[in-house]
Design a protein around this ligand. Structure first.
Ligand code: HEM
Length: 459
């Protein structure tokens, strides 16, 4: 007997004046519900949900969750004050991010967001770009012709260094960037399991995987404590984001707690490094698989810079490069699943959503939906040329989200991604090797299983 038959769905539209209960997405197993599918084939599963409706009900173990599959309904969800950050993803991420800006809600979120926002203003991004240029050049200078590089690890290290040096002014980041990379890798894999199957006591058993997870998590927190302690000991105030976080005041005018400063730094380091790194890793793989797009990008960079190193001021002219990035984020997004929680008893698309309900949606499924994108699985950067982009339903492509939780690092990221690509391309071509495996490794974000590429010097 399936769960579907065990709990039959109340009739849709039995009373047109009543809000309807969303249809049940069939195929759940007893006890586990859809959790087994989400663990076995998460990408196939989230993409299949749209066949059951625009908004459907799921069972994750004992819990009911709601999946939003229609882009306009997702946009409505993100903009509605009736839904807050919460649900399986954010609850699970809480052990890592605590109550920083990415996980808090209400007045606390508004205050934390006000503290970080000025760092990401356009005029400040021009300052941060100097660090982006230096780090991109340092990465490209490390490689030797014929090297096989783990591009995922390379860009992660570069992204950590950029966020740490530019917005937090942490200069002694060398060994810490690698530590952060390997610890976050372990934590993100473990967190995905905990998100899909929240059976708390199991994860407290002294099993090797649980021990590895706990050690990596403790190391991440220790690393952030070290960064904060070092700044306090220096007595310096370079007027950066870390200084703003240390000086922040709560609504009573009192200094915020040490824990809050810690949680804010973790949130910025994790969000800033992981999302940029997964986007860049996929972009380099897509360019390796599409040499004609890589060649066009190279020609564009050469004609914009005349062979000198790329600078922030060149970015406006790099239209194809920007379209490559946007298209990579569409077809191979790192951020593939996001969740919310209903703050009150409410409705979405005419369906009743009870207070406290968990809501799930997948940018991966939305951005690869054939109803929204022609040739939906093709890597086609030209679809973002103005004359063609007008065809695309706006809500079908929201890689940085919308509403009050929209990514504050959107312009920062676009500058960083373009600078890194335009620094590497004039010097190197990256090509797949027999060891490359671009099957998606599922975690809180998506990454290729083996992101090995060979670097060939461009003649
Ligand atoms: C390609 C790179 C990036 C992508 C695709 C990305 C994507 C996102 C998305 C989709 C959200 C919203 C999540 C939700 O609605 O639940 C978000 C939030 C956030 N991002 Fe980014 N992000 C990127 C880079 C960055 C960078 C570089 C930083 C900072 C240095 C950053 C900091 C944050 C923060 C702090 C939040 C939480 C904002 C809030 O809840 O108010 N992100 N990001």
């Amino acid at each position: 007997m399936t769960v579907e038959s065990a709990e039959s769905t109340p009739a849709l539209g039995a009373d047109p004046g009543e809000r309807r209960t969303p249809p049940y997405a069939g195929g759940g197993a007893p006890l586990l519900g859809h959790a087994g599918k989400l663990l076995r084939d998460p990408l196939g599963f989230v993409a299949s949900l749209r066949d059951h409706g625009d908004l459907v009900r799921l069972k994750l173990g004992p819990k009911t969750a709601y999946a939003v599959c229609d882009p306009d309904l997702v946009a409505a969800l993100l903009k509605s004050p009736d839904f807050m950050v919460g649900g399986p993803l954010w609850e699970t991420l809480g052990v890592l991010l605590g109550k920083g800006v990415a996980t808090s809600n209400g007045p606390l979120h508004r205050r934390q967001r006000r503290t970080i926002q000025p760092t990401f203003r356009m005029d400040r991004i021009a300052e941060h770009a100097t660090v982006m240029e230096e780090e991109a050049r340092a990465m490209a200078a490390r490689w030797k012709p014929g090297d096989t590089v783990d591009i995922g690890a390379e860009v992660f290290r570069t992204a950590v260094r950029i966020v740490a040096r530019s917005v937090l002014h942490v200069d002694s980041i060398d060994e810490r960037a690698d530590r952060l990379g390997s610890s976050l890798h372990t934590v993100f894999s473990g967190l995905y399991r905990r998100m899909v199957l929240s059976v708390g006591p199991f994860y407290r058993l002294p099993l090797p995987a649980n021990r590895r997870f706990e050690r990596a998590l403790a190391d991440l927190h220790r690393l952030v404590d070290e960064i904060i302690a070092q700044r306090r000991a220096s007595g310096l105030n370079p007027g950066d984001l870390l200084a703003a976080l240390l000086d922040a005041r709560d609504e009573n005018g009192d200094s915020v707690s040490e824990q809050e400063v810690h949680d804010q730094v973790v949130s910025l380091l994790v969000a800033g490094a992981e999302n940029v790194a997964s986007t860049l890793t996929w972009t380099f793989h897509l360019l390796a698989e599409h040499p004609e797009q890589e060649r066009r990008m190279h020609d564009e960079v050469e004609s914009a810079t005349g062979g000198r190193p790329v600078a922030f001021a060149d970015l406006d002219g790099l239209i194809h490069t920007r379209n490559v990035i946007t298209e990579a984020m569409r077809v191979r997004p790192g951020v593939w699943i996001l969740t919310r929680q209903a703050a009150v008893d409410t409705e979405l698309g005419g369906y009743h959503i009870p207070a406290g309900a968990d809501i799930v949606y997948s940018p991966f499924a939305m951005q690869r939906d054939p109803r929204s994108f022609r040739d939906h699985l093709e890597f086609d950067p030209d679809r973002w040329l103005p004359e063609r982009a007008a065809e695309v339903r706006q809500s079908a492509m929201m890689p940085f989200s919308v509403g009050n939780r929209k990514c504050p690092g959107d312009h920062f990221s676009m500058a960083e991604l373009a600078i890194i690509l335009a620094t590497v391309t004039p010097r190197w071509r990256l090509v797949p090797t027999t060891e490359t495996d671009t099957t998606a490794r599922i975690g809180i974000t998506l990454q290729p299983k083996r992101s090995l590429l060979r670097v060939e010097e461009r003649k």
